[in-house]
Ligand binder design. Structure first.
Ligand code: AMP
Ligand code: GLY
Length: 425
């Protein structure tokens, strides 16, 4: 069958790499893709929000499955668009519809959902622009640190954590009154700070059944030792030692099951990935956020450990037969290091030639922000390439990823050398 992947990051390159190995896939397309996807699939110059063009392309190329990578087209209703257009309604779009995607698209929606279904999460209150005065008064009574979250999508920048009540008040004003994040901050969730260690857990739902994929730990801060501003993710490790059977049993019973049952109770036909952004406080799991997609760079460590045929899994998802799938996981450890542009997550240069990709051994380079320019691979984003290795241990896999990271370079490239080291203690 012919398959189309939407997106252009390391996550989409990892999906493409896995799907390209499947005997069930005849032609694989990625829209818009990057230099990495171009080497194993056909890139299509259509952006992820150009639904009409995507629909036309899908019909012309007999696409049977569309796998949606990022959240933006899901929140904008790509699934609804394909369902409502008669000629497109037979194409299986893997991702939740507009309402299901609200789990990620609205922090207030996800908070209400978690509270309704008894899913452990930080205590919170939501304020709208007309409730600014109440919000400011509420902050006076709040313990510190304080977490403020813009309700809508804000490209990973919508969460502010501060120990200063004055700063929290200024931020609340900026978000609600000055619309710092546009419509996304027309509501703000103020929540309790949870002190613990983060874990990313993934399920894939067909609306009735679901499977759980390998878990991963992501490293969001730019600097060594988890310091500095947040990024999209600087590296990842899977499996995660503290996510042992006992802890994962709690995640299952307290988080995954009530989420899946809650979605059904709400009448949401959730088809697609649910990303549970968890924090382990003591020995208890709490949900920090849901995402309506796979994580990036988590996918770059989850997919290499998945032994199943991904196309078989996607077909079963579309047919609502995930109960027939047993996930098989490679017991090896996967680590990935994200090489980023100098300056990221602030301003950075694009178009710099990348060298050394041809020299790396035993490591897979999943391209994120890259493109082909005059036959050369050049940088085209902040996060540029994720180097994934498999090994017998975290130390073993990290050694391979690190060796490769030294070889792949361009002007100003940066990466963290401490990814995974906290898990060795
Ligand atoms: P989010 O966009 O909701 O994932 O938040 C971004 C990051 O902020 C998370 O990955 C956490 O590191 C941090 N964070 C969010 N909410 C909380 C919280 N309630 N307590 C502590 N840290 C948080
Ligand atoms: N790595 C975190 C995310 O994909 O949101």
């Amino acid at each position: 069958m012919n398959i189309l992947i939407l997106g252009s990051g390391g996550r989409e390159h990892a999906f493409a790499y896995k799907i390209a190995q499947s005997p069930l896939c005849k032609n694989l397309f990625v829209a818009p893709g990057n230099a990495g996807t171009a080497s194993i699939a056909t890139n299509v110059a259509i952006e992820v929000l150009e639904f009409e063009k995507l629909g036309k392309f899908a019909l012309e190329n007999q696409i049977e499955i569309i796998l949606v990578g990022p959240e933006v087209p899901l929140v904008a209703g790509i699934v609804d668009y394909f369902k409502e257009e008669k000629s497109l309604s037979k194409i299986a779009v893997i991702g939740p519809d507009r309402i299901g995607a609200q789990l990620e698209g609205s922090k207030d929606f996800s908070k209400q959902f978690m509270n309704k279904y008894g899913i452990p999460t930080a205590a919170s209150r939501t304020f709208t622009a007309s409730e600014l005065t109440e919000g400011l008064a509420y902050l006076d009574t709040h313990s510190t640190p304080i977490v403020l979250k813009a309700d809508g999508l804000a490209a990973g920048k919508g969460v502010i954590i501060t120990s200063s009540i004055a700063e929290a008040k200024a931020t609340l004003k900026e978000m609600l009154a000055d619309k710092k994040f546009g419509e996304a901050s027309s509501k703000v969730v103020i929540e309790q700070f949870l002190d613990g260690i983060e874990l990313s857990v993934f399920a894939l739902s067909d609306g009735i059944n679901y499977v759980v994929l390998p878990e991963a730990k992501d490293y969001k801060r730019i600097g060594e030792g988890d310091t500095g501003p947040n990024t999209g993710g600087m590296g990842a490790v899977s499996p995660v030692p503290f996510a042992n059977n006992e802890f994962m049993a709690k995640v299952h019973s307290q988080v995954i099951v009530p989420t899946m049952e809650g979605l059904k109770s709400e009448g949401i036909n959730y088809v697609g990935f649910v990303f549970f952004g968890l924090i382990k406080v003591g020995d208890k799991p709490f949900v920090i956020e849901y995402n309506a997609r796979m994580g990036d760079p988590e996918t770059e460590v989850v997919i290499p450990r998945l032994e199943n045929d991904l196309v078989e899994i996607l077909v079963a998802t579309a047919a609502k037969k995930l109960n027939e799938i047993t996930i098989k996981t490679n017991p090896l450890t996967a680590t990935t290091l994200m090489l980023v542009a100098g300056g990221y997550p602030e301003a950075y240069h694009k178009g710099l030639e990348i060298s050394g990709l041809e020299n790396i051994k035993e490591v897979h380079a999943f391209h994120a922000g890259t493109k082909l320019s005059d036959g050369k691979i050049v940088t085209n984003g902040g996060r540029v390439v994720a180097l994934t290795a498999l090994g017998n241990s975290i130390t073993d896999a990290l050694a391979k990823s690190n060796t490769a990271a030294q070889q792949v370079t361009w002007q100003g490239r940066y990466y963290r050398t401490d990814i995974g080291k906290d898990l060795l203690k």
